[in-house]
Design a protein around this ligand. Sequence first.
Ligand SMILES: *[C@@H]1O[C@H](CO)[C@@H](O)[C@H](O)[C@H]1NC(C)=O
Ligand SMILES: *[C@@H]1O[C@H](CO)[C@@H](O)[C@H](O)[C@H]1NC(C)=O
Ligand SMILES: *[C@@H]1O[C@H](CO)[C@@H](O)[C@H](O)[C@H]1NC(C)=O
Ligand SMILES: *[C@@H]1O[C@H](CO)[C@@H](O)[C@H](O)[C@H]1NC(C)=O
Ligand SMILES: *[C@@H]1O[C@H](CO)[C@@H](O)[C@H](O)[C@H]1NC(C)=O
Ligand SMILES: *[C@@H]1O[C@H](CO)[C@@H](O)[C@H](O)[C@H]1NC(C)=O
Ligand SMILES: CC(=O)N[C@H]1CO[C@H](CO)[C@@H](O)[C@@H]1O
Length: 612
Amino acid sequence: MDSVRASEFGSTDRLGAFGSSTDKLATIRHGAEAGVTEKATKSRKPLWFILGGVVMLLAVAGIVVGVLVAKNVIHTGAHNKSNINDTPAASESAGASAPAYSPGQTQATKTSSPKATGTHTSTSSPSATEAGCSTEKDIPTAFKGTYNDPTTWLDMTDFNCTFTSETVGNLSLVGLNSTWDDSKQANPNVPALNKPWGSYSSNPIRAVNLGGWFSLEPFITPSLFEYDSSLGIVDEYTLCAHLGPKQAATTLEKHYATFITEQDFIDIAAAGLSHVRIPYSYWAVTTYSGDPYVLGVSWRYLLRAIEWARKHGLRVNLDLHAVPGSQNGWNHSGRSGSIDWIIGTDGATNAQRSLDIHNQLSQFFAQDRYKNVIAFYGLVNEPGITIPQNELADWTASAIKVVSGNGVAGTIVFSEALRGLPAWQGELQGYGNDLVIDVHEYVIFDTNLIVFDHSKKVSFVCSTFESQISASLKTSTGFGPTMVGEWSQADTDCAQWVNGVGNGARWTGNFSGESTPYCPTEDSKCSCTLANQPVSSYSSDYKTFLLSFAEAQMSAYETGWGWFYWTWKTESAPLWSYQAGLQGGFMPPVAYNRNWTCSDSVPSFGSLPEYY
Ligand SMILES: *[C@@H]1O[C@H](CO)[C@@H](O)[C@H](O)[C@H]1NC(C)=O
Ligand SMILES: *[C@@H]1O[C@H](CO)[C@@H](O)[C@H](O)[C@H]1NC(C)=O
Ligand SMILES: *[C@@H]1O[C@H](CO)[C@@H](O)[C@H](O)[C@H]1NC(C)=O
Ligand SMILES: *[C@@H]1O[C@H](CO)[C@@H](O)[C@H](O)[C@H]1NC(C)=O
Ligand SMILES: *[C@@H]1O[C@H](CO)[C@@H](O)[C@H](O)[C@H]1NC(C)=O
Ligand SMILES: *[C@@H]1O[C@H](CO)[C@@H](O)[C@H](O)[C@H]1NC(C)=O
Ligand SMILES: CC(=O)N[C@H]1CO[C@H](CO)[C@@H](O)[C@@H]1O
């Protein structure tokens, strides 16, 4: 059955998405002005007794220096030059051809002494180690202007601004602090990070995804995709190709720095959630010839996200959402079109590349600093149904060998890959609780399910989804450990671009390849008008439905190892935004304290129209 059809959709509520970054921008701008003032003053100081003309000339020179500083032509230090509205110099060189490491610095080095970076070419500035940030002269030539050069970063918040060339798994540690603190509890019902979680069967995951952040999705952030349709900009690939390396790097770094901030991690913990699933893409660590993707910039933001999760007691599920060649041909794999991973012209090459990437990633994430915070390590999101299951299982076994061989502490996650949980009965056995299967549950991408009325959608979740998960937990009828890595409150496929840029909806009958409207009435009453109304217009009956639909899913998925909602935040799709649900009063205020479970009867939704 395709009840298990997995797509990811994030939603965005525009309510808080960009608000919290404003203060940060103000701080950064203020820093830049302070730098200007200081330079200008210094230039003038000793000259009071000299001829007026000379004073004038030097004053002009001071102003010129000040202007150059303000424009980032002259760099005074990382903290003082960042401005989110300017083009960051770092990003200019972050395109495909920027060298990340110089030859001779490429050895993967397990680091023992965090201070011994050993590769500073300029040692003239001892101040760069402690209180101060690295300045241009501290950056070895090979790193100058690359995305690993802290003097060029757009946003410095909570990053360590001292340059280091240290790597683990050939992946850079720059931006990370040397110490960490795992003593935080996300909420009183879950153990602190440095205490064992115990059994996920008895203490399930309650969590959200951070979708659309490091792996773009048009329907989560439509603002990034508003172009004339003739340009064909439908995914991160076509977006980056259109923008070109510099502009793509600038646009994406600004998005990384503003879409999700520390406040989101605070709010997630406050909502009674315990984990975050963080989708990211292979271009965080590498790109290949011809790729238009922005290389390397998302890496340090991913690492900072893990630090923010740690700070607020949230455990992380790392989700490699896009692998070379595209594992599913969908836009959220980076490029929509065909699958060129395992299958396809370069499928074998790309399968090996993804193993090589996991070799690097798993060396990095096997470091001690991650053993308490990375609870789950995902191999690949939603491989396509056309990839033969035996070949996918072989790749998965190889990937597990690489990742566990490198010593990652977290449980490894693999996707049921759109073929249904029962297909994995008897496969990939022998890993105990170190391997969990991930299923994504939606009722709107399958025309058999989207037509259910509101009550039926709730009861279906409680019957079919719950029993599929129960069956999956037992090795006599399924794989074993089972989690739900994505689900949402959407009851239609009406959200803008949720079926891809420019596509219509099953609900109204203009989804690609369909001509029948698939809403409960299956007639001309099927409309997206009510579905796309603002949250402020939701009736109390509709909110009752939405809350029940969420609580039913939480109840059903807690039969297994628990759940990750898709997604925490969207710009304009409230039924795909946990944050919008909390703000709109149709999510439980704290996820572990709910009034309704699948063993209760489905409440009345009054006179809720069934074509809405
Ligand atoms: C900017 O530089 C000055 C002087 O080095 C320093 O005192 C100040 O803290 C810096 N501002 C920021 C935001 O780091
Ligand atoms: C390390 O990464 C750099 C940049 O991506 C690459 O040029 C180099 O070959 C890599 N070194 C090793 C040992 O893999
Ligand atoms: C790293 O350390 C600095 C200095 O103590 C601190 O300001 C910053 O918040 C830390 N970053 C993180 C992610 O904890
Ligand atoms: C920042 O990074 C440098 C270089 O890796 C390291 O020596 C220093 O301890 C780090 N600072 C903090 C606050 O962790
Ligand atoms: C699909 O139909 C709706 C309702 O008639 C319309 O608003 C929308 O523009 C159509 N979309 C496409 C891609 O045809
Ligand atoms: C549970 O019921 C109480 C009392 O009726 C109500 O105040 C609370 O908002 C409900 N919580 C949820 C999550 O529905
Ligand atoms: C063509 C394509 O890849 N469309 C997908 C884009 O992503 C949405 C979810 O974000 C899917 O529903 C579409 O199928």
